[in-house]
Design a binder for this molecule. Structure first.
Ligand code: F6P
Length: 505
């Protein structure tokens, strides 16, 4: 529900959007003082000069932030207030990366176990069984920090599709494999089914599943009831949402892969971003500016999608992680009071790694009728270990491509004589760059995206911490599985079920 003040700000922003949509990015980008749209935190540079915004535009957006009492909302979240109002929970993911947490008994227990696995010559492979936030975060981070991976091989199995687990198991030695069953609720069908299969597989090979299985969960009693030994359960706080959970014990597989020091560095990077977001004035606050841009593009410029293009092969899983983060958080159509939203909230988030994406969907980004803003993410230096000049040159070509695409999208190239070669330009992007993808830099980047998600959620006034929209499909799958209430399904669904039931093994 909008107050009068908010309605006025909203109207002003609609007018601002109409005016700025009619201007050209080409002229905006060449205005003096354009560098005010480049934001800096440590070596992280967030270049928003290619956004359809001028000084009046950004001031109007900052006015929106004030009217939404954004600073108060941010402070409430950091203070542990029950910001997840439908579930009466705080948002505790930031607490999992504070120096206090890194000095806690919980962290000590987790890191001691991770070290014991790393040192154990009889464990060569770790398989994380989890889905959604219990999979995407640890998988993405393990891939992103592959250069720091000196522990056992790590696999991630999320899907209930049999091939996901099967294709990993055929590569594993049952006598040397540790399974981490990662599930906040310990009720998720896919994860429990995969854990059961893993247990059978161990037993079939004469291995006692007890020592070979550990659990990461916020539901310790359920994990114990399922058969995990209490010493093998690594709990995390119930106020940490799955998609925000990689910092907690959900990161156990990452810790085993890259070691405790590197994991702690990643947390330190995230903590630094937390301090920046909590304590920097709104006008210079990178999380706030990026959150405002989400709202600007989606609500006022009416651009329903948002692309994420990391120029880093090891960040290939980043778009999928951020997709769950933003879309499960902000894909909502009622506000926190349960009232229908006047205007749509969270955009469709999607993306893929550059430069490969340039040779697939960039055609659409450059010339489609729809305009879709993107974040272009790139480190200025190659990954650690690629120190020779030839790798630096190789990496330079990558980074040049990143900026070239951002420029091409924004500036375009008019060609009235050959319409098929005409580039309209005026397609916004943000160029996000940092020195090198270290654990610290990655932690800082991931925390930034968490804050973008939550801050845009605050501005849209949705609850970014629940995910009721996933429940109905789960419930209907359970009904079909048990055969209860089939009369509520369509004839087509019942016919499909009949076909499945008549399948022979
Ligand atoms: O179905 C959505 C979801 O609840 C996500 O929010 C969560 O990350 C995922 O399932 C896995 O849940 P859990 O960790 O409880 O198994």
């Amino acid at each position: 529900m909008q107050s009068n003040g908010l309605r006025q700000v909203d109207e002003a922003l609609k007018k601002m959007a109409a005016r700025l949509s009619a201007t050209s990015l080409h002229s905006l980008m060449h205005e003096p003082e354009r560098s005010q749209f480049i934001y800096q935190f440590e070596d992280l540079t967030v270049d928003c000069t290619r956004q359809l915004l001028d000084e009046d535009g950004i001031n109007a957006l900052l006015h929106l932030a004030e009217n939404c009492q954004l600073q108060t909302r941010i402070d409430e979240m950091f203070s542990g207030a029950l910001v997840n109002i439908t579930e009466h929970k705080p948002a505790q993911h930031m607490a999992a990366r504070t120096p206090d947490h890194l000095a806690s008994v919980t962290y000590q227990k987790l890191s001691t176990f991770a070290n014991s696995v790393r040192r154990n010559p009889n464990i060569t492979t770790v398989v994380n069984l989890g889905i959604g936030g219990s999979d995407l975060g640890p998988k993405m981070v393990t891939q992103a920090l592959a250069g720091f991976h000196d522990g056992p091989v790590c696999h991630f199995v999320g899907n209930i599709c049999p091939t996901d687990l099967h294709d990993v198991l055929v590569t594993c030695d049952p006598h040397k494999t540790l399974f981490i069953v990662t599930s906040k609720t310990f009720t998720t069908t896919e994860t429990i089914a995969n854990a059961m299969m893993a247990k059978h597989w161990l037993n079939r090979h004469g291995v006692d599943a007890g020592p070979a299985m550990v659990a990461v969960t916020a539901a310790e009693t359920r994990a114990q009831a399922w058969g995990i030994h209490p010493d093998h359960i690594f709990a995390f706080a119930d106020g940490i949402g799955g998609r925000y959970s990689v910092w907690s014990s959900v990161g156990l597989s990452v810790m085993i892969a890259i070691g405790i020091e590197n994991f702690s560095r990643m947390s330190a990077g995230a903590y630094a971003m937390d301090r920046h977001v909590q304590h920097t004035e709104l006008a210079q606050n990178i999380g706030v500016i990026m959150g405002l841009l989400r709202v600007w593009c989606r609500r006022y410029l009416r651009m329903p999608a948002y692309g994420l293009i990391p120029y880093d092969q090891r960040l290939a899983a980043f778009p999928a992680w951020a997709q769950q983060l933003e879309m499960e958080s902000n894909g909502k159509s009622v506000d926190r009071q349960g009232q229908p939203l006047q205007l749509p909230a969270g955009p469709l988030i999607w993306g893929a790694v550059g430069t490969s994406a340039q040779h697939s969907f960039f055609q659409w980004l450059h010339q489609s009728v729809d305009i879709t803003p993107i974040d272009v993410l790139v480190a200025t230096h190659p990954a650690a270990g690629l120190d020779e000049q030839i790798w630096h040159d190789h990496h330079k070509s990558l980074a040049i491509n990143a900026v070239a695409q951002a420029e091409a999208l924004a500036l375009g190239a008019p060609n009235p004589a050959e319409p098929h070669r005409h580039f309209s330009g005026n397609r916004p992007s943000v160029l996000i760059s940092w020195d090198q993808t270290t654990p610290y830099a990655l932690g800082r980047l991931l925390a930034l995206y968490e804050h973008i998600t939550v801050i845009s959620g605050f501005l849209w006034d949705v609850n970014s911490f629940d995910q009721w929209g996933v429940e109905l499909g789960k419930q209907m799958a359970n009904q079909l599985q048990s055969g209860e209430g089939l009369e509520n399904f369509s004839p087509a669904a019942r016919a499909f079920l009949d076909r499945l039931n008549t399948l022979r093994t």
